[in-house]
Ligand binder design. Structure first.
Ligand SMILES: Cc1ncc(COP(=O)(O)O)c(C=O)c1O
Length: 390
């Protein structure tokens, strides 16, 4: 990828991952080379220094979501946070409740954790969504009841960007005595998350979606680590209140802390910039090609654009447009390409799903890249559609 002399492509895959902010990289560096102490070795000052850096980062992340730093547990990312929340609550439960409810468009790390519980004897229900990708109040009221142990609904979708109304969903869960978990991986750092208003019991966040390093994330647990009946998945030396053992990844934790601080300070300006670029891009592609937009029009992540372009095979478009990096949003794991279950859940046909591509603008996109990318994508899409129609 470090092709010398070649022009850099325009990166529009910021939902998959983001570039680590250079300020974050700089802040992490000393923790690899000089300040490499183990935070558990508090008998000496190098260990205490590492521990204090972790506590600072915990505070910075708590600030981003307006919670107490004791409510933050470090994990290896949102996948692990989602697993800890879902498996942890189910295995630590004190009630005979049997139902686990997740939305139909959750990330695989939520869905597969829920499927694992189904194999352990829980009843799994996948809440339907409307054509925008929103869980409706009616669906929530129809399915959440007094046999429900846990409801898990994401804050924002990784493919279509739709932002859910978490507050009342959590309220309905609580009215029925159920726990509420929210996967905030795509939302954190992009839209304001205020734990006080949200009502959630547990919330997952990942650093690499908000210009921090990969392999680090947190699980917020309301009331602190012992307030919920959580059973750990990773056991060992007892780090993170015994809920997530393993030597702390201090550089990554420091990086996530700074990424959270930067996000808090810059989120508003950044969101309006990304919103503008996304709208310019989307309007131009829709004007030039036979494209339609997926996801909620208003309640959508600011940089997200998910487009179905008639007669344009998404994989062909991605493979033959080297000047822009983008994706379909649904990774194919098995080699047998399955259409995205998110797109199916919002009512797209298989063919429409195969004609759908996802773009996401981020912090490091230049303003003019929205129109340049729209022109490159549209030109190629028109050629592919023309070939497809003979
Ligand atoms: C909505 C959502 N949840 C969870 C994850 C998993 O995050 P991580 O890569 O930190 O494990 C992702 C990443 O793609 C995501 O988009």
């Amino acid at each position: 990828m470090s092709d010398m002399g070649e022009q850099k492509p325009i990166y529009l895959d910021n939902h998959a991952t983001t570039r680590c902010d250079p300020r974050v990289v700089n802040a992490m560096l000393p923790y690899f080379s000089e300040d490499y102490g183990n935070s558990a070795s508090t008998v000496h000052r190098m260990g205490r220094f590492a521990d204090s850096a972790i506590q600072d980062a915990r505070g910075q992340i708590a600030d981003l979501i307006h919670c107490h730093s004791k409510e933050i547990i470090f994990t290896s990312g949102a996948t692990e946070s989602n697993n800890l929340a879902i498996l942890g609550i189910a295995r630590g439960r004190k009630s005979p409740r049997k139902k686990i409810i997740v939305s139909a468009i959750e990330h695989k790390s939520v869905l597969n954790a829920a499927f694992a519980l189904q194999e352990e004897g829980f009843d799994l229900i996948r809440l339907p969504v409307d054509s925008d990708g929103s869980v409706t109040e009616q669906a929530a009221r129809d399915f959440i009841d007094e046999d429900t142990l846990l409801v898990s609904v994401q804050m924002a979708n990784n493919e279509i960007g739709t932002i859910q109304d978490i507050q009342w969903l959590a309220e309905i869960a609580h009215e029925n005595g159920a726990f509420f978990h929210c996967d905030g991986a795509q939302a954190a750092g992009k839209i304001d998350i205020n734990i006080d208003n949200l009502n959630v019991d547990l919330l997952s966040i990942s650093a690499h979606k908000m210009y921090g390093p990969k392999g680090i994330g947190v699980l917020f647990t309301r009331g602190g680590p012992y307030a919920k009946p959580l059973i750990p998945i990773v056991r060992g030396g007892g780090q993170e209140y015994g809920l997530r053992s393993g030597t702390h990844n201090v550089p990554a934790i420091v990086g996530m802390g700074l990424a959270a601080k930067i996000a808090k300070e810059e989120m508003l300006d950044e969101a309006s910039r990304l919103h503008k670029m996304r709208d310019e891009f989307e309007t131009k592609v829709i004007e030039l090609t036979d494209a339609s937009r997926n996801g909620a029009q208003v309640k959508r992540l600011p940089g997200n654009s998910n487009l179905t372009i008639a007669n344009v095979d998404a994989d062909a478009l991605i493979a033959t447009t080297p000047g822009v990096i983008f994706s379909t949003g649904s990774a194919c794991n098995t080699g047998a390409p399955e259409p995205s279950y998110v797109l199916e859940a919002i009512g797209l046909s298989r063919l429409q799903a195969y004609n759908t591509v996802r773009f996401c603008f981020g912090r490091f996109n230049q303003l003019d890249e929205s129109t340049i990318a729209a022109e490159i994508i549209s030109k190629r899409a028109i050629e592919i559609a023309r070939d497809a129609m003979g």
